[in-house]
Design a protein around this ligand. Structure first.
Ligand code: ACO
Length: 402
């Protein structure tokens, strides 16, 4: 790696790299991706092993602190997270200020940003212990925020967290319990939920993580930075893709319509793209998609919906796209979003909740990257350059002469 900053500054030149396809914005020890091999490692551990043998809160610890925890360390961490799941009671009024039909992501951007107005004792980024509390608060409270955004949107009362449940089971409880009818969390479903969280936990310098880092580079407080990440994740080319993918599968409707949609995706005059296909970094199978596919089979099997038309369409679409030269030449493979939407829908989530679930899963990644950035003695405010293509110097024209 060539540190070209000084050379470029001396020569007064800069790189022009729209979309940052070949520019590293930081150095990091958290996550490694080899897009050609289809490999994803967190602190050196492959994602398929973590998804199989570990669970979300252990992966959170790994991402935050760099090593797998001992059993004592894990117990302490889980207790800490569990103790921070409640939201300040006053925050309920903030939720109630939104329209009922607000997208839960809109509510989350607002509520997470507003946490800085409620938790003053964790906004001083110069204080290590405040950074630590902010990290724990964000990871612990995000499921409550996402679940409450959902409950509010469907007109049901907020359900308080239950600290005797696992992280994933508690989230399902807060989403699906109603006062008269507590939701019994099936362990297969909470395991599938936990896997979705784990598979989305971090993905190095993607758009939303880079947004968090850029916001943080100015010294902004952690809640403002994570709110910025949520806003960026919302877009359909990023976190909104699983919602867009499921909507596309439903629009296709049945396997016999697939050739028509594949033809549209290949037509350069048609802006349509196959949602859930392609990735900026993976030019091979997304390793998370493989685990997600297994999880989808398990969940659909449990729920007795193996003849689900959406799944049948998804499976056939995958088969036909992979056999098509256009997709193989451009190295477009199914990504993690291709199957996650199917699992979430089978669990009973509306499509509008797919991206909020991604946001809550990714919070630990954002927080870990934020902490790493603040601990880096070389970090400085992010200030991209531009290639100016506008007018050269010209004189102001008075309005009567224009
Ligand atoms: N369907 C059809 N063609 C596609 C697709 C697709 N899903 N994705 C890329 N292409 C084509 C482009 O048209 C382009 O063709 P060209 O070279 O003839 O112009 C070529 O493949 C390269 O595409 P780019 O947009 O330049 O690739 P980029 O790396 O910028 O984009 C992205 C990656 C945004 C993910 C893209 O593949 C896409 O839009 N996919 C669909 C949305 C999606 O699934 N997003 C989820 C990403 S994963 C995540 O956020 C967790």
């Amino acid at each position: 790696v060539l540190d070209i900053r000084k050379l470029y500054a001396q020569a007064d030149v800069f790189t022009y790299d729209p979309g940052f396809t070949s520019t590293a914005s930081c150095d990091s020890t958290i996550t490694f991706i080899d897009g050609d091999k289809g490999e994803l490692l967190h602190r050196g551990y492959p994602i398929d092993q973590l998804a199989e043998k570990s669970h979300y809160l252990e992966v959170c610890y790994l991402l935050l602190y760099g090593e797998l925890p001992s059993s004592g360390e894990l117990e302490k961490f889980e207790n800490t997270i569990t103790r921070h799941t409640m939201l300040h009671e006053q925050m309920q009024y903030f939720f109630r200020g939104f329209r009922r039909d607000a997208h839960p992501m809109a509510t989350m951007v607002g509520v997470v940003g507003a946490m800085s107005a409620f938790y003053h004792d964790s906004t001083d980024i110069s204080d290590n212990s405040q950074r630590e509390i902010a990290s724990h608060r964000l990871i612990a409270k995000m499921p409550t925020i996402a679940a409450w955004a959902y409950k509010y949107s469907i007109g049901q009362p907020f359900v308080y967290p239950r600290n005797d449940l696992s992280y994933a089971a508690n989230f399902l409880h807060m989403c699906f319990s109603v006062p008269a009818e507590p939701y019994h969390v099936n362990p297969i479903l909470s395991r599938a939920m936990d896997r979705i969280f784990t598979l989305h936990a971090d993905h190095e310098q993607n758009a939303s993580t880079s947004t968090v880092r850029l916001a943080s580079s100015s010294g902004a407080n952690p809640f403002a930075c994570i709110a910025a990440g949520i806003a960026c994740l919302w877009g359909p080319a990023h976190g909104g893709a699983n919602q867009a993918c499921l909507e596309m599968l439903k629009e296709i409707g049945s396997p016999d319509k697939i050739p028509e949609y594949i033809a549209r995706a290949k037509d350069k005059n048609d802006p349509f793209r196959l949602m859930g296909f392609g990735h900026r970094v993976y030019k091979n199978f997304d390793p998370r998609a493989t685990v997600m596919k297994q999880s989808a089979d398990e969940v659909l099997d449990l729920l007795g919906v193996e003849n689900n038309p959406v799944l049948a369409t998804a499976k056939e679409l995958e088969k036909q796209a992979l056999a098509d030269d256009y997709f193989s030449e451009k190295k477009l493979f199914p990504n993690v979003d291709f199957y996650s939407g199917i699992i979430l829908e089978a669990m009973g989530f509306p499509t509008s909740m797919f991206t909020p679930i991604f946001a809550l899963s990714r919070t630990v990644g954002w927080v870990s990257q934020w902490k790493e950035q603040l601990a880096d003695p070389h970090h400085r405010i992010g200030r991209p350059r531009q290639l100016y293509r506008g007018h050269t110097l010209r004189d102001y024209t008075d309005i009567e002469n224009r």
